[in-house]
Design a protein around this ligand. Structure first.
Ligand code: FA5
Ligand code: MG
Length: 463
């Protein structure tokens, strides 16, 4: 049953995305600022940090084994994005609070895995990489944006085409051909029979042992490549800034203490077992990708029941932020020359890669908004309204109204009236432009509009 439309969006009859027209229905929930980003394709914009990052990842997964797919349209069916991957009908990711729908059966992909079922059927080689823009309704802060880019990879082997039908032997032989690295890897996970991550009925333990080992080494090599380049860039910049010649600087790039990574058990409906790879970075473990041994049902449904292999998905912005030391995810969308010019020429010559140098940081301006939720009064007849509340709706109103002038939005206080049962929330909005200093008058006016839109679209009552 289609829920009523979120009050935050007026529904046009049709929308045009990348030259194609789609009919909407009551599921439609895409604000115009998000629609307008569907044509940007940062992963294909030469010398954009997202594109440079894509190239570096591609270099670790070479053709012809891996074939590259970089131009898939962001509009996919609900079936492709969820059902084909085994997402249960009640999976929270399907909700309209989390996903941008054009209509009930058509949406903006939330991940590159939406193309997995099709490529398992049609890709002519033993592996592939996809890079693409993906869309999620989400919170507002320096590492979340409703549009970001993912890279998906897969590698598989056909049981009937390997020597003696010995799949593990063939996979281990390929593993042996991969380069070694000197990272410190923590991996305490048993290779299979984990809770929620059972050995699949079509796999023997040695299949999983071998495929998992190939997967892990391949991804460790990728992370090693990225971090080695990031370190080299930082050292070169430091040397240049202190007046060393670049030739001399390139000789002093140190052998740093080995990079530390760890494998953590994870869960995805379309892999078993599944893991996430975390990197120790500036004192914290940072998740950078999800992966696992592909569910055999996907290969079977693709008409290739004898294929066995692995898949992963990585966030390109997250990697690019580390690689270039980019502090705020909004910067990727900047058309400001002071941003773009810093990366010119890097895609063709990765030795030119340097950390991003922030242009002057403009002052922050914090404004609070406190309100009672719609219909949350006991006297008003129950709790109906309060249960409709979803924070992402507020985030979207803020983005829609103040655009990229908002750096983050945080819940700072909440309160339920002991007698009436009404619920009150207080959010703190940080207004800060990346490109200029906002005037007081401008910020006040913007905040005023945000408050008015919250009342109009979400029916809250300002305190
Ligand atoms: C997925 O999207 C799975 N499709 C990944 C996968 C593919 C698993 C194939 C198994 C096999 P997840 O939602 O965790 O998983 O996202 C994967 C990566 O995308 C994350 O590790 C992170 O690097 C990046 N990512 C996720 N959400 C965001 C976000 N809001 N902003 C920036 N990067 C994000
Ligand atoms: Mg994750």
């Amino acid at each position: 049953v289609a829920p009523p439309p979120t009050s935050s969006t007026r529904i046009p009859k049709t929308v045009e995305i990348n030259g194609k027209t789609y009919h909407t229905d009551s599921w439609f929930n895409i604000p115009s600022n998000v629609l307008s980003l569907t044509s940007r394709k940062l992963h294909l914009q030469k010398d954009h940090p997202v594109s440079i990052t894509r190239k570096i990842v591609e270099s670790v997964f070479p053709a012809p084994t891996y074939r590259y797919y970089n131009t898939f349209d962001p509009v996919v069916s609900t079936y492709e994005n969820f059902d084909s991957l085994g997402f249960p009908p009640d999976h929270p990711g399907r909700a309209r609070t989390d996903t941008y729908y054009i209509n009930k059966s058509t949406l903006l992909r939330t991940h590159t895995s939406a193309h997995e079922a099709e490529l398992f059927r049609t890709n002519p080689t033993g592996g592939y990489l996809i890079s693409a823009d993906v869309y999620r309704r989400d919170e507002v802060d320096r590492s979340h944006y409703p549009v970001f880019h993912q890279m998906e990879g897969a590698r598989y082997w056909d049981r009937n085409k390997v020597p003696d039908g010995n799949l593990p032997a063939a996979v281990l032989k390929d593993l042996d051909r991969l380069p070694k690295h000197n990272m410190t890897v923590q991996d305490e996970n048993p290779p299979f029979h984990m809770k929620r991550n059972p050995l699949q009925p079509h796999h023997g333990p040695w299949d999983v042992e071998a495929v998992g080992a190939h997967l892990k080494r391949s991804l460790e090599l990728m992370v090693c490549e990225i971090f080695t380049r990031a370190r080299k860039a930082a050292v070169m910049a430091e040397a240049e800034n202190s007046g060393l010649s670049t030739i001399l600087a390139s000789c002093v790039v140190p052998e740093n203490e080995p990079l530390e990574v760890r494998w953590v058990e994870a869960y995805f409906p379309f892999t078993s077992p599944s893991w996430e790879l975390e990197v120790y970075y500036q004192g914290d473990w940072l998740e950078i990708l999800g992966c696992g041994v592909s569910q055999q049902s996907l290969h079977i449904n693709a008409g290739k029941p004898d294929q066995v292999g692995w898949a992963f998905g990585i966030g390109l912005e997250r990697v690019a932020m580390l690689l270039f030391q980019i502090p705020d995810i909004r910067l990727f969308w900047s058309q400001d020359e002071r941003f773009l010019s810093q990366f010119r020429g890097v895609e063709d010559n990765l030795d030119k890669l340097r950390p991003f140098e922030p242009f002057s940081k403009h002052p922050a301006c914090y404004k609070d908004v406190s309100f009672w939720l719609k219909g949350s009064s006991a006297a008003g007849g129950g709790t109906g309204g309060a249960t409709d509340w979803h924070e992402n709706d507020l985030m979207e109103v803020v983005r829609d109204t103040a655009g990229d002038c908002v750096e983050d939005v945080r819940l700072v206080d909440q309160f339920t009236h002991p007698k009436t049962g009404r619920r009150s929330l207080c959010y703190r909005i940080n207004y800060r432009s990346l490109e200029r200093t906002l005037t007081n008058a401008e910020t006040n006016e913007m905040h005023q509009r945000v408050v008015e839109e919250l009342v109009k679209r979400l029916g809250v009552e300002i305190r």
